[in-house]
Design a protein around this ligand. Structure first.
Ligand code: HEC
Ligand code: HEC
Ligand code: HEC
Length: 408
């Protein structure tokens, strides 16, 4: 008779030693305890600092219910002059982000042209309620619930209604670019890999230097990875991926933070200059390769299901989902900004943004798209952003990686 213990021992001695060694060396060293960003997370000082705790974001809260129809006295006697100010005020109505209205430059066309609304004979109380909460009339609308979500007061909505009822003349565009139907779609033609054209290329130099720099433990990346051009020639086109030890999707930026802590001892916090530089360098090594995220893996499938929920979730005071702008209205204009669809969004990140004079990694772009709909952003290493990055990177599968990018 052979007992279980000696049976197991017999099997273990039969297995070649290399089985264990291979497993050991495959485990990429990662620091797993600390957060990858400066904590507590604080929004960039140059961004709008409002706090939208009362509205849901990608992590917490749920979309508020559709409002009841408000009973109001008609005819509405608001101030058309104030209404005219509100429709173009970015912090208030900003109706021109989506609607053509008189006397504004670069109106958008996500909504219909309402510049002659005054002759449509819409009842005042219908217009009031349509602005108060358009979801009453169309559950799937992308127009924000201005009254129900406290963007405009009832008095302000009345002013807007009085202004809209005064509009009778079709808008003529003196300058053709003001017409969203005719406005030329921006095409990025600058050579992103030319250091004279793309200031983001400076980060590459820094990234290379950091790869050779010794950390507090006396070693550099180079000491363990002698030939990065070869060993990492494809690594970046397979990222991000699910990291089971952290139970989330991690991207290249977070990998850099955690792997450096565990190896060289260097501290490259998320969105620091050094972190961006190394993340750009590691992608640069795979430039020219087709993005190839493995999609059959079960963990990836589960992450993708979470991402489907996240991209369609209505968030923030303006009540937008990613898909409202990047799927339903892709190809249209939101004020002067042309909305792109989700294919090919991530083949050029991190990207130098000329309009801001800074390099943005993918997570910072997500944060911006949250704050601009008045939803609290999440920290850069948030699991939710990991799911979104994975989802969008898969939408870029087959496209050629070209980093650092350059955009307006
Ligand atoms: C994010 C884009 C967006 C913004 C911002 C927006 N709308 Fe709309 N609006 C729409 C869309 C899309 C429609 C088409 C119907 C629908 O989807 O509900 C619409 C429809 C309307 C209608 C209905 C016209 C009719 O009677 O058929 C009115 C009135 C209107 N918007 C007024 C406004 C006003 C006033 C503001 C600013 C306070 C505003 N909208 C802001 C997208 C927008
Ligand atoms: C003490 C040795 C050591 C140092 C120093 C080190 N690494 Fe690594 N690195 C490893 C090991 C071990 C692995 C896993 C086996 C492999 O892929 O070579 C790894 C894997 C990687 C991978 C591939 C990860 C994957 O998912 O397969 C990248 C990229 C990488 N390292 C980059 C870096 C960078 C950047 C630095 C400097 C911040 C660095 N390494 C410093 C030991 C080290
Ligand atoms: C109110 C509209 C709006 C919403 C909602 C929105 N975005 Fe954006 N997003 C934009 C605009 C405008 C741009 C810049 C123009 C463009 O590339 O579409 C942009 C750009 C981006 C880019 C960069 C595209 C590129 O090719 O460089 C990414 C990635 C992105 N958004 C992701 C998201 C995600 C993920 C969500 C949901 C969490 C989201 N956006 C929600 C308006 C929006």
């Amino acid at each position: 008779m052979i007992d279980t213990r000696s049976y197991l021992l017999a099997i273990l001695t039969l297995l070649p030693l290399s089985t264990f060694c291979a497993e050991m060396s495959n485990t990429v060293p990662l620091e797993l305890e600390k957060s990858a960003h400066a904590s507590p997370w604080k929004r960039y000082s140059t961004w709008r600092q409002s706090n939208w705790n009362n509205y849901c974001n990608l992590r917490q809260g749920i979309t508020r219910p559709v409002s009841f129809i408000q009973t109001i006295e008609t005819p509405i006697k608001g101030s058309p002059a104030n209404g005219k100010k509100l429709i173009a005020n970015r912090k208030k109505g900003n109706c021109v982000a989506c609607h053509i209205l008189p006397d504004v430059s670069l109106p958008g066309n996500v909504g219909i042209n309402i510049s002659t609304l005054g002759i449509w004979q819409r009842p005042d109380d219908f217009l009031f309620n349509h602005i108060y909460d358009p979801r009453i009339y169309n559950h799937y609308t992308v127009m924000p619930p201005f009254g129900a979500y406290g963007i405009l007061t009832k008095a302000e909505i009345k002013d807007v209604v009085s202004y809209l009822q005064s509009l009778k003349k079709v808008v003529e565009f003196d300058n053709p670019v003001d017409n969203p139907e005719k406005r030329p779609v921006p095409v990025e033609e600058r050579d992103n890999l030319d250091e004279f054209e793309n200031p983001g290329m400076f980060a590459l130099e820094l990234g290379e230097a950091l790869f050779n720099k010794r950390g507090s433990r006396g070693q550099s990346c180079q000491d363990c990875h002698e030939n990065p051009e070869e060993s990492f020639a494809r690594w970046a086109v397979n990222m991000p991926k699910v990291e089971p030890r952290l139970n989330k999707v991690i991207g290249i930026e977070e990998f850099v933070t955690r792997h450096a802590r565990a190896t060289t001892g260097a501290e490259y916090l998320a969105q620091s200059e050094e972190n961006l530089a190394l993340a750009i360098y590691l992608r640069y090594l795979a430039n020219g390769q087709a993005i190839a995220i493995e999609t059959n893996d079960l963990n990836t499938q589960i992450a993708l299901r979470r991402a489907e929920d996240l991209i369609t979730r209505k968030i923030g005071q303006l009540n937008f989902a990613c898909t409202d702008c990047h799927r339903l209205n892709a190809g249209k204009w939101i004020r002067g900004q042309h909305l792109t669809n989700m294919v090919g969004m991530l083949d050029h990140f991190p990207t130098y943004r000329t309009s801001r004079g800074e390099i943005w990694d993918i997570r910072k772009r997500f944060q911006w798209c949250n704050v601009s709909v008045r939803a609290n952003e999440l920290p850069p290493d948030a699991p939710e952003y990991g799911d979104l990055e994975l989802y969008l990177m898969i939408k870029s599968n087959g496209r050629i990686l070209s980093v650092p990018g350059i955009r307006h």
